[in-house]
Design a protein around this ligand. Structure first.
Ligand code: SF4
Length: 350
């Protein structure tokens, strides 16, 4: 079986080339061809000798992702892509345009094990992790189809990125490699529902990417109800991990807060959010809930603004995320891809 060349970083490519009795410096040329020139077949790699191109053809494939569909919002041009992987599994990713910002929201897993109650992906169960190449290719193809190049890449699509930690960091390394896409590390955001052990790992490894934590409630029983992962990783421990991360890396963290009517949108919730995040350099991003489930609806706009004002009074940086792509089911928490395999609520170690 051919290897996916997008799975490899420059160092791994060098090792592979050495195994093929080729000089390591060719790896940089190949990397540039893949990520700067965006060549799509080995014949295009005119910087390489013909014999090497033939060798590469026998060892590697360049593409594993097939675009099945895409849909563009008539309201704001948010574009959602449906991809098919080589084993037939399907995932989605989204381009969001907002002023000068062009955000590529990408997936890290097929489905998700964590079953957050307001999220469509959680209803799929976990099917499998994506490989680094499958993550990288989402960005490559979207770049071709986007009207502007990406300014931000966020791991906020399908899946919990921290449960596919190695592949996610590997792909982020390929995005930001100066020999390749040279994408700003700070503009790559890894979002987690609170897998604490990997927040510590990210801090200890000094990973240069931004961290977002999907907090969504500051009340332990409520958070356990809407995010079952909280039973294993309680709020107090999560906030200690966030503080450790900000102290160690000297970077701010973003707390995402999906606002759900009657569940986490009260004045007391806002005050508790201010109290609990005191001392943690952070910004707070409020996302009016996008769920179809009648139990998990967004509050009315007045309530969203009231919550915003209350938090704002504490001089926290708070933003409200627009519901971009809501009508094409491309907004936060709406991604869902039909897959042939039955939904599996696989028990996994988080
Ligand atoms: S919100 Fe994120 S972690 Fe929770 S179920 Fe959805 S994809 Fe998984």
């Amino acid at each position: 079986m051919l290897l996916n060349i997008h799975d490899l970083n420059v160092t791994e490519l060098q090792t592979k080339l050495n195994e093929l009795n080729e000089p390591g410096y060719r790896a940089n040329q190949i990397f540039k061809g893949l990520y700067s020139s965006r060549w799509k077949k080995f014949d295009d790699f005119t910087t390489l000798p013909k014999e090497l191109r033939a060798k590469l053809e026998n060892v590697f494939q360049i593409w594993s992702l097939k675009q099945v569909d895409f849909i563009k919002s008539e309201l704001d041009e948010t574009t959602k892509f449906l991809w098919q992987l080589q084993d037939g599994k399907r995932i989605e990713s989204v381009i969001i345009y907002e002023g000068n910002r062009v955000t590529f929201c990408i997936s890290s897993q097929v489905g998700c094990a964590l079953d957050c109650k307001f999220c469509a992906t959680g209803k799929m169960g976990i099917i499998r992790d994506l490989t680094p190449g499958e993550i990288v290719e989402q960005v490559l193809v979207m770049s071709e189809q986007s009207k502007l190049p990406p300014t931000n890449i966020v791991f906020m699509g399908m899946g919990e990125p921290m449960l596919n930690y190695d592949a996610v960091m590997h792909a982020a390394g390929i995005f930001s490699d100066p020999e390749g896409m040279c994408f700003s590390r700070k503009k790559i955001t890894i979002s987690t529902s609170g897998i604490i052990k990997h927040i510590y790992r990210m801090a200890d490894e000094d990973q240069p990417y931004s961290l977002a934590i999907s907090l969504n409630s500051v009340n332990q029983p409520v958070r356990e109800k809407i995010m079952p992962v909280s039973k294993k990783y309680p709020i107090q421990d999560l906030l200690i991990a966030a503080k450790y991360y900000t102290d160690k890396t000297q970077r701010r963290v973003t707390f995402e807060y999906v606002l759900i009517k009657g569940i986490n949108d009260s004045e007391d919730d806002a005050k508790e959010l201010i109290r609990l995040t005191r001392g943690i350099p952070c910004k707070i991003n409020v996302i009016p809930c996008n769920s179809d489930d009648p139990l998990y609806q967004a509050p009315n706009w007045d309530q969203v603004e009231k919550f915003d004002q209350l938090v704002n009074q504490s001089h926290r940086t708070i933003t409200i995320r627009n519901r971009k792509g809501w009508e094409i089911k491309a907004a936060c928490g709406q991604l869902y891809a039909e897959n042939e395999s039955p939904i599996r609520k696989r028990k996994i170690s988080v």
